[in-house]
Design a protein around this ligand. Structure first.
Ligand code: AOF
Ligand code: ZN
Length: 404
């Protein structure tokens, strides 16, 4: 499998999975030399837990948490909830002030470098300087080129700044935001339900239900954190899915995106109901679709949907994470295009046997095992009667395969 031209992921994007890993400060001695302590990690872990509260709501903004500490006591804490509303630092300052605390001389722990430019809201650097904070510890630099230099400006104003505490965990929490900022495309996660022998459907297409209700509910939580849910017209025609978030509480529904080359999605398909749907064609729009349905023609030279262009278009719209729930055809095309970053596979406790459909249809098939796609395991958990395996597509092995 070729690397198919997607940009080299940065170190930050490559770092870590969805798990807490040692930060990049190296040995304890080095940390101590830089004035960092175990307390710094502990407070940053607290800030990360706050940031996670924004998991379903902050898009297109990053998930950010902040805690303000002095002499081992929390003065205020906050997290970013929604684009256009207070950043984590401003929320934490407001919390401290609301509790009657003067934060002069305190340390701010924040999971992302404070911003320095006026976006939808004023720069957090200004708010921190006005409040008299004397030290800022951030988990990672802001990958947003428009916001860089917050740390530099704080330092220039005499504030002590440390960056990189629990960096891997912070990067994992904002993997989609990082991807959009650094690669110009979203983080793409394919969710698949399969039998133990890797079968996703009978040849007839029958696929409901290989996994349990618990796995389906868990799958909805992954949908809820995504900005867009992507499927193909084959799945729409066969299953008539709604592709919205129903099994976990959320205030925001992801955009439903359907790859539909010939515009075959029926006007009455449930996925189109109520709008919030984008159909991606390789040619004309279906005249029967109601005006609430947006469509876009993104054809490539072969008259297919240009998946790379689709991802760039979604990034342009502020989509950080794409959740794919598609059949083997679209999954295979995305994999071949180098556009799958992560897999969430629910493995049911059953066997379906050959011949039945697999997860990724590769056409033409691999010519050699050397071309296989490498994976890095992130986690294996039991969800109800099923197993859930999370894995990342290993860029390293793909790159070395492409070179070899
Ligand atoms: C957030 N929440 O807690 C922090 C952010 O348009 P604005 O003013 O909301 O600015 C968004 C940018 O601010 C965002 O892309 C990121 O670079 C930076 N920091 N953003 O949404 C936060 N600290
Ligand atoms: Zn800010």
């Amino acid at each position: 499998m070729s690397a198919s031209g997607d940009a080299e992921p940065s170190a930050a994007l490559d770092a870590g999975g969805a798990r807490l890993e040692p930060d990049k400060q190296g040995a304890g001695g080095e940390r101590a030399a830089r004035g960092l302590s175990g307390d710094d990690r502990r407070w940053m872990a607290h800030a990360l837990a706050l940031a996670e509260r924004g998991l379903f709501t902050t898009t297109p903004n990053p998930r950010v948490g902040c805690v303000i500490v002095r002499n081992g006591a929390v003065l205020g804490e906050g997290w970013h909830q929604r684009a256009g509303e207070a950043h984590a630092e401003v929320a934490a300052l407001a919390d401290a002030h609301g509790k009657g605390h003067d934060v002069r001389g305190a340390t701010v722990y924040v999971t992302l470098e404070p911003c320095n430019r006026h976006g939808r809201t004023p720069p957090c650097v200004d708010a921190l300087l006005v409040a008299g904070i004397t030290r800022v510890v951030a988990a990672m630099h802001d990958p947003n080129p428009e916001q860089a230099s917050g740390a530099a400006r704080l330092r220039a104003s005499g504030i002590s700044v440390d960056i990189g505490v629990l960096e891997s965990a912070a990067a994992a929490l904002n993997v989609g935001f990082l991807s959009r900022m650094q690669r110009g495309r979203p983080w793409v996660r394919s969710k698949i339900a399969a039998s133990l022998d890797g079968r996703t459907a009978l040849l007839s297409g029958e696929s409901q239900w290989i996994t349990s209700a618990a796995a389906r509910a868990d799958g909805h939580a992954w949908r809820a954190r995504a900005c867009a849910v992507l499927t193909g017209v084959g799945t729409v025609l066969h299953d008539d899915p709604q592709l919205d978030v129903r099994e976990v509480p959320t205030t925001r529904q992801p955009l439903r995106v359907i790859v539909d080359r010939h515009g075959d999605t029926p006007a009455a398909a449930r996925v189109l109901a109520g709008g919030n749907a984008l159909v991606v064609t390789a040619g004309a729009r279906n005249g029967a679709w109601p005006p609430t349905v947006e469509s876009i023609d993104l054809h490539d030279h072969d008259g297919r949907v240009d998946l790379d262009a689709l991802m760039r278009e979604l990034a342009r719209r502020g989509v950080n994470e794409v959740h794919v729930e598609a059949g083997a055809k679209l999954n295979g095309a995305l994999l071949r295009a180098g556009l799958v970053d992560e897999l969430v596979v629910y493995v049911g406790n059953s066997l379906i046997g050959d011949p039945a459909r697999g997860m990724f249809e590769l056409n033409p098939p691999l010519a050699s095992l050397e071309d296989r796609v490498g994976l890095d395991w992130t986690s294996v958990e039991r969800i109800g009667d099923d197993l859930r395996i999370v894995a990342r597509v290993s860029r390293q092995s793909r790159n070395s395969e492409a070179a070899g």
